[in-house]
Design a binder for this molecule. Sequence first.
Ligand SMILES: Nc1nc2c(c(=O)[nH]1)N[C@H]1C(S)=C(S)[C@@H](COP(=O)(O)O)O[C@H]1N2
Ligand SMILES: [Mo]
Length: 174
Amino acid sequence: MRLRHATPLICSLVMVFCLGAFSGQAGEPATSTLDAQVRIDGVVDQPLTLHASDLATLPRQTLQVRDHDGQESVFEGMALVELLQRAGVPLGKDLRGDRMLTYVVVGAADGYRVVLALPELDPAFSDRLILLADRRDQQPLSPREGPLRLIVPGDKRQARWVRQVTSVTVRRAE
Ligand SMILES: Nc1nc2c(c(=O)[nH]1)N[C@H]1C(S)=C(S)[C@@H](COP(=O)(O)O)O[C@H]1N2
Ligand SMILES: [Mo]
């Protein structure tokens, strides 16, 4: 009799336990686009921090490329130029004269930094899509790689494929 009464309680406890264990396995990945944020600063009209919700408003693009290990992957994310546009960086017909000396320093969580010249990013100058990726093969990037990684297709070495991008600083060469 006692056991009978306890059965529903035991069942619900077991269910709660199983649900907990299951959601632990199938829950949010360790990193996701929700964590993504990037600071755009330097010589810009409007320094800004773009959060995942801001990044989500930008057009999505994909690139099929071979990574440092020779593995072919499809990276998905935003063109880096779209972020710079939001910060008021001169592009297209406005990119001329002294402005041709503009470059960006892309910085990472570990302090790693690389340079890209603005015309390399500007679709008015180059067909090469330089991507700030947040997904690889339809999955959020791993914690080691993401949440944001720069993809520079056509570079024969992947040294500019900055992992864990945190900042894009706009500079003007002398
Ligand atoms: N944040 C960060 N990104 C980085 C580096 C680094 O040291 N730190 N090394 C670069 C170099 S030199 C190479 S060759 C590639 C290696 O890519 P992988 O880590 O996917 O193999 O990452 C690039 N991105
Ligand atoms: Mo490298």
